[in-house]
Design a protein around this ligand. Structure first.
Ligand code: 9WN
Length: 447
């Protein structure tokens, strides 16, 4: 089923810029007021891509602010805390993570101890590509400054966080970016929280959002518990592998890593560095995604559960994300796009936008709970790029059209019911605004 892809209205573009400016703290952009009061990892990449369209200085400052939180081993934390925000404004906050107890954590910057999908190298390259000629030197200087930090992040994921085939594992659903997805239920459901291990805590998220849009208390306890398991190893990536009940190789995390590895090769060329190791990494990651995560029967990719040694079987948006991995086998790419369109077969029965984050026909589908069904602007943006990369422009146009129509109807919300009846989560959500700006700018450029 097709959807209108008409030009976005000028007032939405103005609103998008206004939201990013309202959410600007002086050095970075919060994802949304109230619910997310600090700087988040992959949000930063998406936000910088959109902001670079009209405000390069802040887009660059934003990226540099995130990398101030990078650990000595290269790990880039999923949250960099703003010291001006009260420590109890978000849970788990800096007191919980105790990053200052780790020898790797930076001095004077409080961070979480987990990471998120490494979007930053491709975000930096996107920023460079949209720099006006007059800004080209400045943009090269920015890439030169960022290159060592990007390289350290990719080496960390390769050397400390990967198995023998070269796929990086996540050790917490928060690291996936698709936090509450049913994709993890199999592995996550096994996480048993021993009595007395959790500190007393108050769910700050429920004070800033409708509880029906957020994870259940039981799942939140598991999130907190898994964080404690890692924290209590002293964020030791070797020991946690032996101890944690949750260890997963995600197609999306690794496909994003492969995209960024390819971007890093280009950045290395621009700044006169040697990028060969990242070319090798990228090639290895893509071949491992194809060999280990492809499921012939469903013609799509599935995450691999390292704890029980099986591919997992929930049908989520994670399954299609290898489309963003440069050099994916053309036949697998074609079959993935075909299978993406069948996954979307709610469209046969009713109005349904591309692409729900969880299979609308799957028993665990929930049109409003976060990552369990709704459409997010960033997943649509990623797949839009993936489809263009493999020459599937009709599907790419539909993914873009869905963002325009949903934002046009409901504004810059965090996520949307795929049937187009309502929007959920935070309002004035930064990456929805930023990626809307980028999609609109690229549509204009395409003329
Ligand atoms: C935990 C900030 C982040 C996003 C994640 C999204 C949500 C946090 C939360 O918000 O996660 O990291 O409190 O639920 O799931 O993808 O980066 O926007």
């Amino acid at each position: 089923m097709g959807h209108a892809t008409g030009a976005p209205r000028a007032d939405r573009l103005t609103q998008a810029r206004a939201i990013l400016d309202e959410n600007w703290t002086g050095s970075s952009t919060i994802p949304a007021p109230g619910l997310y009061p600090h700087q988040w990892n992959w949000d930063t990449g998406f936000i910088a891509i959109g902001r670079a369209r009209w405000d390069r200085p802040r887009a660059e400052a934003e990226m540099l602010s995130l990398f101030r939180g990078q650990w000595a081993n290269g790990m880039l934390p999923h949250i960099v805390f703003n010291p001006a925000v009260p420590t109890d404004a978000y849970f788990p906050g800096p007191d919980f993570w105790q990053s200052d107890g780790s020898a790797n954590a930076p001095n004077g910057v409080m961070t979480s101890g987990l990471t998120q999908p490494p979007v930053h190298a491709f975000a930096a390259l996107e920023m460079h590509r949209c720099a006006a000629n007059a800004d080209a030197d400045r943009s090269r200087g920015f890439l030169r400054q960022l290159f060592p930090a990007l390289a350290a992040l990719h080496r960390y994921l390769r050397d400390e966080r990967s198995g023998p085939e070269g796929l990086a594992f996540i050790l917490h659903p928060w690291e996936s970016g698709l936090d509450n997805s049913p994709a993890w239920d199999e592995a996550f459901g096994r996480v048993h929280v021993p009595e007395g291990t959790l500190p007393a805590f108050e769910r700050r998220d429920l004070m800033n959002a409708d509880p029906r849009d957020r994870p259940s208390d039981e799942d939140y306890d598991r999130f907190v518990y898994l964080s404690i398991v890692y924290r209590d190893t002293g964020y030791d990536d070797v020991r946690v592998r032996e101890l944690t009940p949750f260890l997963v190789e995600s197609p999306m995390f690794n496909a994003i890593r492969a995209w960024s590895a390819a971007a890093l090769v280009e950045i290395a060329g621009i700044v006169g560095e040697d990028g060969r190791e990242f070319a090798e990494d990228g090639e290895r990651i893509v071949r491992a995604i194809e060999a280990k995560l492809w499921e012939q029967r469903h013609a799509r990719f599935f995450p691999f559960d390292l704890r029980d040694g099986h591919r997992m079987n929930h049908h989520s948006i994670d399954s299609f994300m290898p489309l963003v991995a440069p050099g994916l086998d053309a036949e697998l790419a074609r079959r993935t796009v075909d299978s993406l369109r069948t996954y979307h077969d709610c469209a046969i029965r009713e109005r349904c936008f591309l692409l729900p984050t969880y299979d609308p026909l799957g028993g665990d589908f929930d049109m409003r709970r976060y990552w369990r069904g709704p459409i997010w602007a960033n997943t649509n943006w990623l797949l839009e790029r993936g489809c263009r990369l493999v020459g599937e422009h009709r599907t790419a146009d539909e993914l873009r059209g869905a963002v325009f129509e949903l934002v046009g109807t409901f504004g810059f919300r965090e996520y949307f019911d795929p049937h187009g009846t309502a929007a959920y989560g935070a309002d004035r959500f930064s990456w929805t605004a930023a990626l809307f700006l980028d999609l609109a700018a690229r549509l204009d450029e395409a003329g």
